[in-house]
Write a protein that binds this ligand. Structure first.
Ligand code: BGC
Length: 748
């Protein structure tokens, strides 16, 4: 007993001593804001200035004297980018920075499954932790405004609701591992060409209804700890220091308490960076004096010039302290968080996650019987058969995790489509013909591709070889599409046209002319013209699906996985079906002097299917569309009330039956239509969805709920969201062009 009392007293004593010596900012039991204020109060001017700008390509310093470690950022968003040198873009040459590549974000969006986004975030967070990264530069949520944008593959599609529902769990999953998401590129960075010069002119309605919701959801629902300012301008101000976007909307209206990080080199002025909301500056290529020199971090806009302005009395430390508070908060949430779990690199669970997301995101776009070959759809292919399969196309042997800009990765494994098909169709005789040459570059940013793409044969020789082999094949699988080369799905430029590059169309036409049993597998982050569609019986959109690419694609072709992805964007028949192009509102008009290009988003809120509906167009494949190897039947939707007032919800229930012979998943989509409005509203807008998995013959009720927010538009007069009383329709179905059941209700 005596011993016990003694122990208790001793423990209490230790706790008391610890409490008295542990500074508040180090005490994880204290509220975050107290810790921030305490750390701030201990910092010198130099330490504060150091904290708000980079010290290397991807890190900023902590406060050594206070035991606050460096902050390490890294791209993002599909895996953890390999390390570059401290001060250069060259590879650091580490041997422990090969990661798992998760599917590109367009594929994630195509799953229409928020659980997949959560899994993605968690897995990526664990990889980042192992690699010592505290901030992942992603996810990207810029809207797919034009199919030509070079970075569409890094984003979540054309619809603000879909992007919002997918970004929230991604952010939460990542941050659950103590790694910050840095949601990018805020905002209006919807094309890559001239990204440093584009000044976007957009209506307030389109800004709030189309371009901001995913950012807002990431901040308010996802609780994002960081956000990246975009390169382009809005209202003549660069978005890395933009009064309206950062101060007014993000920090004031949305109450964002995290850090605004500049895109690399996106800051342009000390005064604006100080006043207009930038907190942490990265990547500036310095000014004239130090241009191009290494270790020029002192010349950053938020470095010595800022300090001097403070010393000269031009600025007080009010703005500085506010920036420091935000960066400290980020440190406490990440680097200083002792509760963070351990990280893992290339764990089996991460590969499983990558595979699962890929399999759920792949979209079956067409599946019919080959011309003159009966009535059975060509897919799935029977892997038990001893058949001759010919694989054609460069994308079957090209690593796609390498290239495309800052999202380029160094992977431990990437199963190429040809290898995946060979492995899965072991009973078949699988042959390969390249068919065409696209890009033979062997390495990107210091990372070498696994398989040599060197080729000496002429275009004719390649084509002839493919056609000759196709004549004797039981089935031809053409794996093509875009790639990550410049002017394709790649950062820095947009595509120059909506066509398939490298004369692939010619090859496809020649193949299908000799063998109608042709399956086209597209690898890309955007749509393209499919002039041969009527002659090709099956089309599968295989995206850029990362490490497990070949396995995922083969599992869908073989029917091990029943495809359930749905397009997160409209697949236009030609580029002029897209509002931005139809109205000649891309890429904008140069101002005199060629420093700024004004890009007016003339289509307003009519982006993607909103434009298609308004113009009554027929795209090749609509938004929300995707087939399955089974079939589904929807019952009649029933609403739980006839009218809605105040903050009431209204729910719609519809039964879904799997009427086929395979288990599969269908995504039930609810679009709202405002029957009569005082402004020009889209015919319908996605406001709820749910993916359901059903066994053959199984029926389930799906209930989708909305409230008045789903009925609102952004009123430019009051600057508020407004839902006008009157009649609305809930259109329910399985794609934006297929909403067979509807309920009418009133808002009072
Ligand atoms: C890209 C960002 C990226 C950054 C760091 C920039 O060029 O726009 O998305 O995170 O580089 O690599």
């Amino acid at each position: 007993m005596k011993k016990f009392v003694f122990t208790i007293i001793a423990l209490l004593g230790v706790a008391a001593i610890q409490a008295s010596i542990l500074p508040v900012y180090l005490d994880e039991n204290r509220p975050l804001e107290e810790r921030v204020e305490d750390a701030l109060s201990r910092m010198t001017l130099d330490e504060k200035i150091a904290l708000i700008h980079a010290q290397s390509k991807f890190s900023s310093p902590g406060v050594k004297r206070l035991g606050i470690p460096d902050l390490w950022t890294d791209d993002g968003p599909h895996g953890v980018r390999p390390d570059v040198l401290w001060d250069e873009w060259e590879q650091a040459g580490q041997t422990n920075d090969s990661c798992v590549a998760f599917p590109a974000l367009t594929c994630l969006a195509a799953t229409w499954n928020p659980a997949m986004a959560r899994l993605y975030g968690e897995s990526l967070g664990e990889e980042a932790l192992y690699r010592g990264k505290n901030v992942i530069l992603g996810p990207g949520v810029n809207i797919y405004r034009t199919p030509l944008c070079g970075r569409n593959f890094e984003y979540l599609g054309e619809d603000p609701w879909l992007a919002s529902r997918m970004v929230v769990p991604y952010v939460q999953g990542l941050q659950s591992r103590g790694v910050a998401a840095c949601v990018k590129h805020y905002a209006l960075n919807n094309d890559e060409e001239y990204r440093h010069q584009v000044n976007v002119m957009v209506s307030d309605r389109a800004l709030h209804e189309i371009y901001l919701p995913a950012f807002k959801a990431a901040v308010q629902e996802g609780g994002a700890w960081a956000l990246m300012g975009a390169y382009n301008l809005y209202k003549d101000q660069h978005n890395c220091h933009n009064e309206i976007l950062l101060n007014k909307i993000l920090k004031h209206n949305w109450q964002f308490d995290g850090v605004v990080i500049s895109d690399w080199g996106g800051a342009h002025s000390t005064e604006q960076a100080v006043m207009n909301g930038l907190d942490l500056e990265f990547g500036t290529w310095t000014d004239g004096l130090a241009f191009g020199t290494s270790n020029a971090y002192d010349n950053y806009y938020l470095a010595q010039s800022y300090k001097q302005l403070i010393l000269d009395g031009k600025f007080s430390t009010k703005e500085l302290d506010e920036k420091v508070r935000r960066v400290l908060r980020l440190h406490f949430r990440t680097t200083m968080n002792r509760q963070r779990p351990h990280g893992f690199l290339c764990s089996e669970s991460h590969y499983d996650a990558a595979l699962k997301i890929a399999q759920e995101g792949i979209v079956l776009l067409k599946n019919e019987a080959p011309k003159g070959k009966g009535s059975m759809p060509i897919l799935p292919l029977d892997a038990a058969l001893k058949q001759r399969i010919l694989v054609v196309g460069e994308n079957a042997i090209k690593m796609m995790t390498v290239g495309g800009g800052s999202s380029s990765l160094k992977v431990q494994k990437e199963i190429l489509p040809l290898d995946g098909i060979k492995a899965r169709f072991g009973n078949a005789q699988v042959d390969y013909a390249r068919g065409y040459v696209g890009d033979t570059v062997q390495s990107y940013n210091g990372v070498t591709v696994g398989r040599s793409l060197y080729e000496t044969r002429s275009k004719e020789e390649l084509l002839n070889e493919a056609v000759e082999k196709a004549k004797n094949a039981d089935v031809v699988i053409f794996v093509g599409g875009l790639n990550k080369s410049d002017y394709q799905d790649a950062e820095g430029h947009d595509r120059k046209s909506y066509d398939l590059p490298y004369a692939q169309n010619e090859v496809i036409e020649a193949l299908v002319a000799v063998n109608p049993r042709l399956v086209f597998v597209g690898i890309s982050g955007s749509g393209f013209e499919l002039p041969w569609l009527a002659r090709v019986p099956a089309v599968v959109q295989g995206w850029f699906v990362g490490s497990e690419s070949g396995e995922a694609i083969a599992s869908v072709l073989a029917g091990d996985v029943n495809p359930s992805g749905k397009l997160p964007f409209t697949w236009y028949a030609d580029v002029n079906q897209c509002g931005a192009h139809a109205l000649n509102a891309y890429p904008g008009v140069w101002r005199e002097g060629h420093k700024i290009i004004d890009e007016e988003y003339k289509e307003g809120v009519f982006v993607g299917y909103r434009w298609i509906d308004k113009q009554k167009l027929k795209p090749t494949f609509p938004f929300g569309y995707g087939l399955s190897y089974t079939t589904f039947r929807l019952g009649k939707a029933v609403a739980d009330r006839k009218e809605l007032t105040g903050d009431q919800q209204i729910s719609f229930t519809v039964s879904v039956t799997n009427t086929g012979k395979r288990s599969g998943a269908e995504t039930i989509q609810l679009y709202v239509s405002d029957v009569k409005a005082s402004v020009d509203r889209p015919v319908k807008e996605l406001k709820a969805f749910q993916k359901v998995f059903l066994q053959p013959g199984e029926t389930r009720d799906v209930t989708l709920s909305i409230d008045r927010n789903a009925l609102s538009f952004y009123d430019e007069v009051s600057g508020q969201w407004k839902a006008e009383p009157g009649t609305f329709e809930a259109l329910i179905g399985t794609a934006s062009n297929n909403t067979p059941t509807k309920c009418t209700f009133d808002l009072r």
